[in-house]
Design a protein around this ligand. Structure first.
Ligand code: DAT
Ligand code: MG
Length: 156
């Protein structure tokens, strides 16, 4: 099982796309175990995007991410990190394939609706930046045995 950090960015919140984007993850069978709306502080944005510091788009990215509320999600599932990146689509809305979140809901490169962790290391780091342990609420799903084949003892 993996948990990944997803952020529905200010453009997704402003455009009223939260419900439809969340549905993509739920429809896939991934489980939301943490969710909160927040205004990201400049300090938190700096820590979250520290790998991009110094890049030409960095200042704009920080201004965008801190300008309005976002919805932060912790999403769990087998292979959740890679599956979520596939659901999101390519970084730029202009290039993302139809069928993906970025491909279906946007055309902009900078305003690309959603963030998702890109590796197990980033996921762990980013989840601890945005959620306390008490805010993560893993729970048993009655339908688990239909979402995964658990006949072999582990979810497949
Ligand atoms: P991703 O969000 O797909 O993981 P990333 O980590 O490379 O992409 O970049 C973080 C964000 O920064 C991305 O979602 C949008 C913005 N960004 C990246 N490259 C950019 C560029 N060349 N011009 C403008 N914005 C860019
Ligand atoms: Mg990234």
């Amino acid at each position: 099982m993996q948990t990944t950090l997803i952020i529905l960015k200010p453009d997704a919140v402003q455009r009223g796309l939260m419900g439809r984007i969340i549905s993509r993850f739920e429809d896939k069978g991934l489980q939301i175990i943490g969710a909160k709306m927040m205004l990201i502080s400049p300090e938190l944005a700096t820590r979250h995007y520290e790998v991009h510091r110094g890049k030409p788009f960095y200042d704009k990215l920080l201004r965008f991410m801190t300008c309005c509320p976002v919805l932060v999600l912790a999403i769990q599932g087998v292979g959740a990190i890679e599956i979520s990146r596939k659901l999101m689509g390519a970084t730029f809305g202009s290039q993302a394939e139809p069928g993906t979140i970025r491909g279906d809901f946007g055309v902009s490169n900078g305003f690309n609706l959603i963030h998702g962790s890109d590796s197990p290391e980033s996921a762990e780091r980013e989840i601890s930046l945005f959620f306390t342990e008490q805010e993560l609420l893993p729970y048993d799903r009655a339908c688990e045995g239909w979402i995964y084949d658990i006949s072999g003892g582990k979810p497949e």
